[in-house]
Design a protein around this ligand. Structure first.
Ligand code: F6P
Length: 500
């Protein structure tokens, strides 16, 4: 059934987007769904009633409801690693024991934040958060999106092992007034440990009394953090069953909770929990993450689109594309199903994007007239993030909506093909009332569940990431034993740049 469902959808008549509203006057009400402060509009995609029915049958055949229940029950849905995926428990949704544990760990984090604010760690004006991948992208997005007027600390989030990143981050930071947050689920990641060691050296060289006393560890491996030199009282643990790219809600969110305030962090969790409940309780035909996954499956698997593009028409969400690149590509960029057999057909497309209106002046040419079909997602907020002339926000939104209409309608030009727009190019619009901790929490939770729903529809495990290991292993072996047995190109590069 599963792959024949894709074939059945491919065999359905495909609508011409510019006429979809003429042929189905109810289309807007059918393909727009409002959930809380977020409105999802899929009406400008090729999804039809008939395709919806086939996708709903596919979800059923894949055991969607049972797999979703298993996720929330804390079952070992990450079958290749024999682990649960309990990020919803961090928001208060899921297995009661895991929820209680997450609450207890959040109280511990709050206690430490209160102590820092009360001066227990001395003068703290700068937060240097060191982590990579899921241990950096979430906090970076949240802090960047929400750091309005109320932010009390300078926050720098450093991930790259390139020393330039750390050097730039600490420029202007007073080492005597800096708190280092070392964020690593495993507390073994090479980049993070090297950056953390260099940050300690920076403090030592500046004459800071007790540099390790200014380190907070955010990790699921507290023993490793203790071994490295962090006092147990400054370790904020989180559960092993929270995956790296799903860990923003745990103590990995520490810099956001400290810089934005506990209330904001709690609102972020509440917003995410509201979306969790929507995903868990809504029937499939009214379930936003599942419908979004149908659209993803339609373009990736039925139409063979190799990428999907998303553009945030809001500067506050500028980091959303890079956050989603990890979430979607590390989760669903797989070639085998849960039982290890080859997946039939393509899996996750490449996620890419940027901000509007900047992207309009750089990459939209290809979206409108290129030969590659790319489904586009627009994300915008009704309320602006600034107090300047409302003309700015009006222009931003007008442009956003104009792009969706242009992609859909196109414009014929028989006498001048270079000026013709084919149209019939799909887009989704996600419109938020505002970018607040609640809406951002709900939005990110929506993307997490959409990624999970895509995985269920393809029969794959979205919670492992073995594909990242081989390169790490080879790098470690070069460091340990020198370059041996590589191809001539790799040997020459190493010889030339590293002199070995
Ligand atoms: O190498 C990939 C990865 O394992 C990601 O999944 C993870 O978010 C990142 O590295 C960082 O890992 P850690 O939090 O253990 O340092």
């Amino acid at each position: 059934m599963p792959n024949s469902a894709i074939a059945a959808i491919a065999a359905l008549p495909q609508p011409e987007l510019k006429t979809v509203f003429d042929t189905d006057p109810d289309r807007l009400s059918k393909f727009v769904l409002a959930q809380g402060a977020i409105r999802f509009d899929w009406s400008k995609t090729h999804l039809t009633d008939a395709a919806m029915d086939e996708f709903l049958a596919l979800a059923d055949a894949r055991g969607f409801a049972a797999q979703r229940d298993a996720l929330f029950a804390g079952a070992a849905v990450n079958n290749t690693e024999g682990r649960a995926a309990e990020h919803p428990a961090e928001r208060g949704e899921g297995n009661p024991e895991s929820v209680a544990r997450a609450k207890m760990l959040h109280s511990r984090m709050r206690g430490l934040i209160d102590a820092i604010e009360a001066g227990a760690l001395g003068d703290v004006r700068h937060i240097l958060h060191i982590g990579i991948g899921g241990s950096a992208l979430g906090p970076k997005l949240i802090v960047d999106a929400l750091d309005g007027d109320g932010v009390r600390y300078d926050v720098a989030i450093v991930s790259n092992v390139d020393g330039t990143a750390l050097e730039r981050a600490i420029e202007g930071f007073d080492p005597h007034a800096t708190l280092i947050a070392v964020a690593s689920k495993t507390f073994t990641t090479t980049e993070t440990m090297l950056n953390a060691a260099s940050a300690i050296n920076w403090m030592v060289e500046a004459g800071v009394d007790d540099p390790y006393g200014r380190v907070i560890a955010l990790t699921a491996a507290p023993d490793k953090a203790i071994e490295w030199g962090v006092d147990e009282t400054r370790i904020l643990p989180f559960s092993e069953s929270v995956g790296g790219r799903y860990s923003l809600w745990s103590s990995i969110g520490f810099p956001a909770a400290l810089a934005l305030g506990w209330d904001a962090f709690e609102s972020l969790l509440e917003g995410a929990a509201a979306m969790d409940r929507h995903f868990r309780l809504s029937p499939p035909a009214q379930n936003a993450p599942l419908i979004a996954a149908f659209v993803d499956q339609y373009y990736a698997r039925v139409m063979g689109c190799q990428s999907r593009a998303l553009f945030a028409y809001d500067e506050r969400l500028a980091l959303l594309p890079s956050y989603l690149q990890q979430l979607e590509m590390e989760s669903n960029g797989k070639s085998v199903t849960r039982d290890g057999s080859p997946v039939e057909g393509p899996t996750a497309p490449i996620t890419w994007g940027g901000v509007g209106t900047d992207a309009q002046h750089a990459v939209f040419q290809l979206l409108h007239q290129g030969t590659v079909l790319t489904p586009v997602e627009f994300i915008a907020s009704i309320e602006p993030g600034h107090a300047l002339d409302p003309a700015h926000h009006r222009a931003l939104l007008v442009n956003c909506f104009a792009q969706g209409a242009a992609l859909m309608q196109g414009r014929a030009n028989d006498s001048d093909p270079a000026r013709a727009y084919p149209g019939n190019r799909p887009s989704t619009t996600i419109l938020l009332d505002d970018v607040t901790p609640e809406t951002l929490g709900a939005l990110l939770s929506f993307y997490e569940h959409r990624t999970f729903a895509n995985a269920v529809l393809m029969g794959i495990n979205p919670f492992d990431q073995f594909g990242v290991e081989l390169g790490k292993e080879i790098a470690r072996s070069i460091e340990a034993d020198g370059p041996r047995g590589f191809d001539p190109s790799t040997m020459a590069l190493i010889d030339l740049a590293l002199g070995r």
